[in-house]
Design a binder for this molecule. Structure first.
Ligand SMILES: [Zn+2]
Length: 736
């Protein structure tokens, strides 16, 4: 970023500027020169301090320079620029974050746990790319809050959280107070006009500790004043991701977060042309570029290697030293370095195929199980949930009735940076098999972001006071209906259709992010509305008594209007979201999208037999049976009809359909670097025109579309006579 010469220059300039009396400046020209110089030296010191962790100026001098810049900018406001270091100040309160779409989705990574898994990863890639020599880039998997940054014309224009991977919260003001994120970066020198970067916002371990020391001090004062003390921060990860989404950017600033940037998601040149895989060909080189532009990147922490054995060894070395590293990491990330190959292998519905997380081993801890609660799910399934606490806390609650315990203040088990208080016990058999009892010490394990689970009880620590767990035979709802367990299944269910627990869970599922994604309507609000008798079923959501809501505590005109807007907008959600929302068993987002394409109206499913459903690619017997059963039930159909009458979209929108049947029964495969289309766009064009994309060369292939530097796939295809080999241009002409 800065050369040794630059360093020398800015050191001298700093020393000189500190002596200047800026308050006396009257001349605009002089002011402009000084403002520019002050901005330059402050940016330089920020970089030394926040990116390199190697400051060459003390805080006092830094503050002195900063104040001079503030004074000058106040005297000459026209000279204040958007990328000035003074523009990093907290911007006060944000009411609601805008939800914004990422330029390209932020997919989560598939996991691996050992050298063997990495070997499999390599073999899959070798098969997909038909190449044996592959290069990998390895970096730490930082444990914090994910962030996406957009720079346009060299300026930071937008920052967003990961959200659901497709869209996240716009948090630009918060990102601006994170000093290792440059407000301006000279992408133009690489020919880049617009770029979306990926990174992780983290808090250094020592800073995290200090935050709690400070908070404890603050609490002493609060307690003395008779006020309620603040909760201590639980772990660095939640504190970082919470800080990113703080409504007040002053909170973000106080948490002193760092941002590691480790990926170029997508980049465009001045003409709007995608540069990925063309100008930007290597992931490793991209990181080097980001470092050069002043970003904090995993510089020392990364490895480029063509040997998966070396990659595995590197991962293991990091696993050994993770506790000594000054940031929390929960694994390593292994990425295929060649971006053209990344695009070639693409992604599944959930994960990119070209990257994998190497997860560090699970951490175990011991806790006390003090109670077993039962949750009734939306299908009536009864799940026992173990309530656990830290061993040292158990004495405080062991003699209390469960209802007398304030669950919020219970000290849970701290495991790999997360506080655990509730753990699923799955079902009656699980409890019996592991002989788990109330009052037991239990071993709890947690690997990465996997849900914690109970390994077993520590029988030798029993005192005789432990109680065996009696699984209930009736539902906990007011109806106390008998629970049923079909032959061969392990789960007890409440089959009472009007069971309030089930209804509540099904409404919560309906409004959730993965289903109808209704803005402003979450779990707690659904529970509140249920308790107030405002809703009893999904259709009730669309007939809410807003006047009554306005009377509820905490509701104001604005929040009621927002809710109304969110609910109104949800009526236009695509059909697949409704299919998920209805809670048909085994239907998640991916399956719903497959099903959606088979119909024009939701009631078309009435006519489908199990066999017809099974004929749909990727639909298995469980799903087929479940869909068939659901749409044969008169009650469900009535419910859907009601939703349709209330204005919900129940048909497939026109733009989702095939645009033509041009490529009907034709198969395509793209290889090499395409120059006009993106690989995804090309594949989409095939699908939109009724064709199918294949993953490899075989005699089932009709067209091989070759870009620049087409390799082994071209050779293979030339040997098969019925494959037509065409250029990208030919392909585009087919579409005319
Ligand atoms: Zn029930």
């Amino acid at each position: 970023m800065y050369s040794a010469k630059d360093s020398d220059k800015y050191s001298k300039l700093s020393a000189q500027l500190i002596k200047e009396d800026v308050a006396k400046v009257k001349d605009k020209k002089v002011a402009r020169a000084w403002i520019q110089q002050l901005q330059q030296v402050l940016n330089y010191h920020d970089w030394r301090y926040y990116v390199l962790n190697n400051a060459i100026i003390d805080d006092f001098k830094y503050d002195g320079l900063y104040k001079k810049l503030v004074v000058l900018e106040e005297a000459f406001p026209a000279l204040r620029t958007a990328d000035s270091p003074t523009q990093r100040v907290a911007r006060g309160l944000t009411d609601d974050f805008n939800n914004v779409d990422h330029l390209i989705p932020m997919l989560s990574l598939d996991n691996s746990y050992n050298a063997e898994d990495l070997k499999d990863f390599e073999q899959r890639l070798q098969k997909l790319t038909e190449q044996t020599e592959l290069k990998y880039c390895v970096e730490p998997k930082f444990d914090g809050g994910s962030i996406a940054l957009i720079y346009e014309n060299d300026m930071l224009v937008r920052a967003a959280t990961r959200g659901n991977g497709i869209s996240g919260d716009e948090i630009t003001n918060n990102a601006k107070v994170i000093r290792s994120i440059p407000l301006r970066a000279e992408f133009s020198k690489y020919g880049i006009y617009k770029v979306e970067l990926r990174g992780e916002v983290v808090i250094e371990k020592s800073i995290f500790k200090q935050l709690n020391v400070d908070r404890s001090k603050e609490n002493e004062t609060l307690i003395k004043a008779g006020k309620k003390p603040l909760e201590l921060y639980k772990n660095a990860r939640n504190t970082a991701s919470g800080g990113l989404r703080a409504k007040n950017s002053e909170i973000t600033a106080k948490r002193k977060m760092d941002a590691f940037i480790f990926q170029v998601g997508v980049a465009f040149n001045k003409d709007g042309k995608d540069m990925m895989a063309r100008e930007l060909k290597s992931h490793y080189a991209n990181i080097e570029m980001l470092a050069d532009l002043g970003f904090k990147v995993p510089q020392e922490e990364k490895l480029l290697s063509a040997s998966i054995e070396e990659v595995a060894k590197f991962c293991q070395t990091w696993e050994d030293k993770r506790d000594d590293y000054h940031f929390e990491i929960d694994g390593m990330v292994v990425k295929l370095d060649d971006i053209n190959l990344q695009e070639e292998v693409g992604a599944t519905a959930h994960h990119p195929r070209w990257a994998i997380a190497y997860k560090f081993k699970a951490k175990q801890g011991k806790a006390k199980l003090y109670y077993v609660d039962y949750q009734i799910g939306r299908t009536g399934a009864v799940t026992p949930v173990a309530k656990i606490c830290a061993i040292e806390y158990y004495d405080q609650i062991k003699d209390k009735a469960y209802t007398d315990i304030d669950k919020d203040t219970v000290l849970g088990l701290s495991l790999a940076g997360v506080e655990v208080k509730n753990i699923s016990l799955h079902n009656e058999e699980f409890i019996a098999e592991k002989d788990i009892r109330v009052g037991d010490s239990v071993l709890v394990e947690r690997a990465g972001d996997v849900i914690p689970y109970i390994v077993g009880s520590v029988a030798e620590e029993r005192t005789g006071a432990e109680k065996t767990i009696e699984f209930p035979r009736t539902c906990l709802c007011d109806h106390q209906s008998a629970l049923e367990k079909p032959e061969g299944e392990s789960v007890w269910r409440c089959v009472y259709a009007a069971c309030p627990f089930q209804l509540e869970e099904s409404i919560i599922h309906f409004v959730s992010k993965g289903a109808m994604d209704i803005d402003g309507l979450g779990k707690d609000i659904v529970k509140k509305f249920m308790a107030e008798g405002l809703i009893q079923s999904i259709p009730d959501l669309y007939q809410l008594d807003y006047d009554a809501i306005l009377q509820l505590e905490g509701w104001k005109e604005k929040s009621v209007n927002n809710l109304k807007k969110g609910i109104e907008q949800s009526k236009q959600q695509p059909l697949w979201r409704l299919l998920v929302g209805l809670g048909i068993r085994f239907i998640g987002g991916t399956t719903a999208k497959l099903l959606e394409k088979q119909v024009t109206h939701i009631f078309d499913f009435k006519g489908f037999t199990e066999e017809q459903l099974l004929a749909i690619p990727d639909i298995g017997p469980k799903v087929a049976q479940s869909v068939q059963a659901y749409f044969s039930d008169e009650k469900n159909l009535k419910n859907i009809k009601l939703l349709e009458d209330l204005g919900l979209n129940v048909s497939l929108q026109a733009n989702m359909k095939n645009t033509t049947n041009l490529f009907e029964e034709k198969t395509f495969l793209f290889t090499g670097t395409l120059t006009t289309l993106k690989r995804d766009e090309a594949k989409q064009l095939v699908e939109e025109n009724g064709g199918k994309n294949l993953g490899s060369v075989s005699k089932n292939l009709n067209y091989l579309v070759i870009g620049e530097n087409a390799g082994s796939k071209l050779k293979k295809a030339q040997a098969i006579s019925n494959i037509t080999i065409i250029s990208e241009q030919d392909f585009l002409e087919l579409l005319q």
